[in-house]
Design a protein around this ligand. Structure first.
Ligand SMILES: Nc1ncnc2c1ncn2[C@@H]1O[C@H](COP(=O)(O)OP(=O)(O)OP(=O)(O)O)[C@@H](O)[C@H]1O
Length: 714
């Protein structure tokens, strides 16, 4: 029975949450007719059409389209059997008028010459704007006409149009209707059309009046006008709406109208018994119902990857990319800017830290006249070891370092006061008899009194509220003191190295003077690429989905997998350049050292970009719009970054958190990349391979989850 109809909707229920949008709705569209679906805004027309084309799952009832169920293998719906013009324009703004039509032609696997022929016909019929005009530069009405042309390009068996005539001038509207009448008559095409201009539906063979998720009536316009003795369809609709409100009008039944011969519109009451509400003229289909449509059954969509569709999608993605100058600029320069800023701002030597100095010894001597000669003279008498003069001046000379800006104070209290007010970062105090006690400290050695030790000590108070500055200064002071001590010991003729700490530290990898930047480079590479991949993917996919391009393409027969793969192909290509940019900036421009394989490093960074894309894909699937996507993206990315060991080694975390952190997408990859760049390890080392492995697992996980969610989400 269903085969007789182009569309057969039987007691369909569709809910959004708990709200029933379609309430056991029944609708029958014979083949080769124009069916006008009328109803107020929000009554569920779009929801019904989306369900018919297989873009929404229904919660009850059945839908048959061209004898098959939408979405079922071999039904051809979604696919080339249907032409769908959604309410939104649902075209790519970066397309020219011609591109838009060619895009759908290629998706429907039409020959290029045929697409061109159809394009010329539709161009004339619909008065399309010039071929090369970008859609984003077309008016709303022009875009709508292009959208209409795109749904007609392949001469579908069933044409579904959601408000195609909005914003179209009356002459052209009339021409569109005439064209619809012509194609239904000559080619037996079936058309379902929704419109706000109720009266234009007089040209339809049948209309369905819809209200609050139900069809109030389903008949030919002439019969409805006769039945309700009305001049206009508006009046009919008004009367039916009133009756529905008064509870006198049940919905249209799914049962076949058996007594059509009696010229009655049949409705079913709430108990299920059928009643005739009026006697009217017979519903006419102005032409035969010869089934030329079923002969087109070769037009089925295959679920496997299709070359022509993939080509069309790749072309679309490429045009979307290269015609969006701001987008290109952002995608290509963002990694350079990011890593450039990082290299310039992070890990450089800290300079000019203000250090307060109170040198009580300088009350007795003037350091500006100080000469290093004679400040440490080996002793000639048998008890002495070495004689010192003005050692405080000699030590202060060693503090002439770019990191330290010496600020002299006369009084210790004043210096401490300034330190507490943040004017200086630390205070250094040297006692008045520092030189003498330093000499005695060496002479007496193990017998030195604590007072001597105390007075020969340089005392420092530090502001450690900025730990990085405080700690850097602290280590620098110790370093400078060691240099100073070694220098005077050398002058005294002591054995070389006596002034050093008795700890000899050597390095397998890296060296003592390596800046903090080197530690952070792998983390910054990985996080920049991951973030770029995620941003790019989520933005592009959400834009596609919001513009309706995704949905429309799927109705045309494209599969989610094809869309996903083609997006990934383009973005993965962009990632190739972005990864290269990062490496060039860091290793060629900033001349950072590395010992491992550059190819392996490239691969690892690149794969993280792909992992980011997969993550961005998942974010785009679970997000309803851009702002939600941005929130989810950054909301998850930031904690992942903090746990990644980028800023602080994971060894500093509580054990359970460390294990958790290591399972995250880029924690282990950062460590692995460090192992390659600093240690020269290769991929056969497990501690390199595991980082790549975790990234790959996350890529597969996010990708699979996204595809699953897309399928489930309709
Ligand atoms: N994804 C969704 N989630 C929740 N509610 C939705 C969703 N889509 C639509 N709705 C609601 O379902 C109802 C029917 O929407 P629908 O778009 O089908 O109406 P319509 O008759 O096509 O309206 P219009 O003529 O204005 O396009 C509306 O109340 C709408 O707010």
């Amino acid at each position: 029975m269903h085969e007789e109809y182009a569309v057969y909707v039987d007691k369909v229920v569709k809910k959004y949450g708990t709200k029933e949008i379609l309430q056991e709705l029944c609708m029958k569209v014979e083949r080769g007719i124009i069916y006008g679906l009328l109803g107020a805004s929000g009554c569920g027309k779009t929801t019904l059409l989306s369900s018919i084309v297989g873009r929404k799952n229904i919660d009850g009832g059945e839908i048959w389209v061209m004898g098959g169920k939408p979405g079922e293998a071999g039904s051809g719906v979604p696919g080339p059997r249907v032409g769908y013009m959604p309410q939104d324009i649902a075209l790519v703004g970066e397309f020219t008028v011609k591109d838009a039509i060619y895009y759908f032609g290629r998706i429907f696997e039409m020959e290029e010459s045929l697409i061109d022929k159809r394009y010329q016909e539709l161009h004339t019929l619909l008065e399309l704007p010039p071929d090369e005009r970008y859609l984003k530069n077309c008016s709303g009405g022009q875009q709508r006409r292009v959208s209409l042309a795109a749904s007609l390009v392949h001469n579908p068996e069933l044409l579904i149009m959601d408000e195609p005539t909005v914003g179209v001038d009356p002459v052209l509207r009339n021409r569109i209707w005439n064209h619809l009448v012509e194609i239904t008559r000559q080619q037996n095409i079936s058309v379902i059309i929704t419109t706000h201009y109720i009266e234009e539906c007089r040209q339809a063979n049948k209309i369905g009046l819809m209200r609050e998720g139900r069809l109030l009536a389903e008949e030919s316009p002439s019969r409805l006008l006769t039945l309700f003795n009305s001049e206009t369809l508006e009046d009919v609709f008004l009367t039916l709406s009133r009756r529905q409100e008064e509870g006198k009008l049940p919905a249209v039944s799914s049962l076949p109208i058996v007594d059509d011969q009696n010229n009655s519109v049949i409705v079913t009451d709430n108990t299920g018994s059928r009643t005739s509400v009026a006697t009217v003229s017979t519903f006419e289909i102005g032409h035969g119902s010869t089934d030329i449509l079923t002969k087109k059954k070769s037009l089925k969509t295959s679920n496997s990857l299709n070359k022509s569709r993939m080509k069309a999608l790749l072309d679309k993605n490429w045009k979307q990319f290269y015609r969006n100058v701001t987008g290109i600029f952002f995608l290509m320069t963002f990694p350079i800017i990011q890593v450039g800023i990082f290299m310039s701002a992070v890990g450089g030597d800290i300079k000019n830290i203000p250090l307060g100095i109170v040198n009580d010894e300088s009350m007795l001597v003037n350091c500006s006249n100080f000469s290093i000669n004679g400040s440490a003279i080996p002793s000639t008498d048998e008890y002495g070891v070495c004689h010192f003069r003005n050692l405080s001046c000699r030590f202060l000379m060693h503090l002439d370092h770019p990191m330290i800006h010496k600020v002299y104070y006369d009084k210790l209290d004043e210096a401490k006061e300034d330190a507490t007010h943040g004017k200086i970062v630390g205070v250094m105090y040297i006692s008045s008899n520092f030189t003498d006690t330093s000499e005695m400290r060496i002479e007496k050695g193990k017998d030195a009194e604590s007072e001597i030790l105390d007075l020969s000590e340089i005392k420092v108070w530090m502001d450690m509220s900025n730990r990085q500055i405080g700690a850097t200064l602290k280590y620098k002071l110790i370093d400078l003191y060691t240099n100073y001590q070694n220098e005077i010991f050398n002058d005294c003729g002591f054995v070389k190295g006596l002034g050093d700490l008795p700890v000899d530290i050597n390095f397998f990898y890296g060296d003592n003077n390596e800046p903090y930047t080197v530690f952070m480079i792998p983390g910054s590479f990985i996080t920049i690429m991951f973030f770029m991949g995620a941003m790019m993917t989520s933005q592009i996919i959400i834009t596609d989905r919001h513009d309706g391009v995704w949905d429309r393409s799927i109705v045309a027969g494209v599969t989610s997998l094809e869309i996903t793969i083609t997006h990934m192909v383009l973005q993965a290509s962009i990632c190739i350049f972005q990864t290269l940019e990062l490496l060039v900036v860091v290793y060629a421009i900033y001349q950072q050292e590395y010992v491992g394989s550059l190819w392996l490093m490239y691969l690892m960074i690149y794969l993280q970009g792909i992992c980011g894309m997969s993550y961005g894909f998942w974010v785009s699937v679970i997000s309803t719009d851009h702002s939600m996507a941005n929130t989810v993206l950054t909301g998850i990315f930031l904690p992942m970054m903090m746990l990644s060991g980028l800023m602080w080694p994971t060894e500093g975390m509580p054990p359970f958190l460390r294990y958790f952190a290591k399972c995250l997408p880029f924690t282990m990859c950062i460590e692995s990349l460090r192992n390659v760049s600093k240690k020269g390890w290769t991929i056969d080392n497990f501690q390199v391979f595991n980082g790549i492995g975790v990234g790959l697992l996350w890529t597969i996980f996010f990708g699979t989850l996204s595809v699953f969610l897309i399928k489930k989400k309709r």
